[in-house]
Every structure is written in C-alpha cells, then in structure tokens.
Design a protein around this ligand. Structure first.
Ligand code: HEC
Length: 172
C-alpha cells in the first residue's frame, strides 16, 4: 500500500483536541465485512426462494402444531337446554341411581329410603339452584357419602347431570 500510515489529519482544533488518523481498515476486517454482505444476499435468496421459508409460514406451522397438541374439545354434547337434560338423565341412570333411586327421589327400586337424599323436592342441603347443584356434584360431600364427581365425569357431563337434577322438580 503506497499510502503513508499514521498521519494525523490535523483537525484536532475543531474537535476538542481529538486527533484522528485516516489509516485503511485491516484486510481481515474488510474481508469479514464483505463476507457478511455476500452471506446476507445468499441467505436471503436461500430463505425466500430456495428454502421456501417465511415468517408467515413459520407462524402458521406453529399454530397448526399448537392446534394439534391441545386437548380436543369434549364431544360430550350440549351442557344446557333439553339435549343436556336428556344426556344428563342417561348419566344419572348410570352413576347416581344406586344412591338417589331410579326416580331421583331418594327411594330405591324396592321402595326403601336410599342412601342419597331426594333430589326432586324443594328441600336442599347444599342449595337448589343450577349453580349449587353443579357445585355439589363437582366437589361432592365425601364425608356424607356423596362422591366427588368432578374428576370422574369432567365439567361437561357434570353440567349435563346437573341440568337433569335441576329439571327434576325441586330446582330453584
Ligand atoms: C355412593 C352414593 C352416592 C352416589 C353414587 C351419588 N350420590 Fe349424590 N349424594 C349422596 C349423599 C349421601 C348425599 C347427601 C350429602 C349430604 O348429606 O350432605 C348426596 C347429595 C347429593 C346432592 C345434594 C342434595 C342436596 O340436598 O343438596 C346432589 C345434587 C347429588 N347428590 C347429586 C348426585 C348426582 C348427580 C350423582 C351421580 C352423578 C350422585 N349424586 C351420585 C350419595 C350419592
């Protein structure tokens, strides 16, 4: 390189006494600099055209993976209205008759008083609104023999059987 090195530019008077050289950048530094430019161009071409990747595509793929991994919404059916009551009746017949009787009135098939109380009258130990009934079924009354149904049936089926109990006469 013919240029003379380490020559002060001599404008320190304008720059609060700061001196400056005008030396060329080191070759290794320039090499790195040009390499990053070439790399950027190659990468951009690869990313967009060869690899066919895009931020939107990556986003869609992540959303699709999330949708595939998340628990499926229950197929238990409606949780309120007449269809819920019908589904709730079937659940009651399977799970609750043994203690509350086939008619939910606290009388067993042989006509004797059953373990569980009458659910069709206006007398409620734990409240007769739909929300009360749902809560009693979910948490149960384990110390009195009423099972904690929440983890067994899951929230949708609890809502259905609660809808049935609520509709059985005594609901408030
Ligand atoms: C193993 C017996 C048993 C089974 C099975 C059972 N229950 Fe009960 N249930 C009871 C008992 C005992 C009580 C009374 C709890 C108390 O005295 O606090 C009760 C209370 C209730 C109450 C509250 C009544 C009130 O007066 O507040 C509801 C509602 C109820 N059960 C619904 C159900 C439903 C719905 C099912 C089926 C998913 C079911 N039970 C299954 C024994 C049972």
């Amino acid at each position: 390189m013919s240029k003379e090195l380490n020559v002060l530019l001599g404008h320190s008077a304008d720059n609060d006494g700061i001196e400056e050289y005008d030396n060329p950048l080191p070759t290794w530094w320039l090499g790195l600099f040009y390499f990053t430019i070439v790399w950027g161009a190659v990468y951009a071409v690869h990313y967009h055209f060869v690899g066919g990747r895009s931020q939107a595509g990556e986003y869609d793929a992540e959303v699709a993976a999330y949708e595939a991994a998340k628990p499926k919404t229950s197929t238990a059916g409606p949780t309120e209205g007449p269809d819920a009551i019908t589904a709730g009746k079937a659940l009651f017949d399977t799970n609750c008759v043994s203690c509350h009787g086939p008619k939910a009135d606290g009388v067993d098939a042989a006509g004797n008083k059953s373990i569980g109380p009458n659910l069709t009258d206006a007398e409620w130990i734990h409240g007769g609104t739909l929300a009360d009934i749902e809560k009693t079924i979910t948490v149960g009354v384990p110390e009195k023999g009423m099972i904690t149904w929440g983890p067994i049936l899951g929230p949708e089926k609890v809502k259905q059987v609660a809808a049935f109990v609520h509709s059985s006469g005594g609901g408030q």
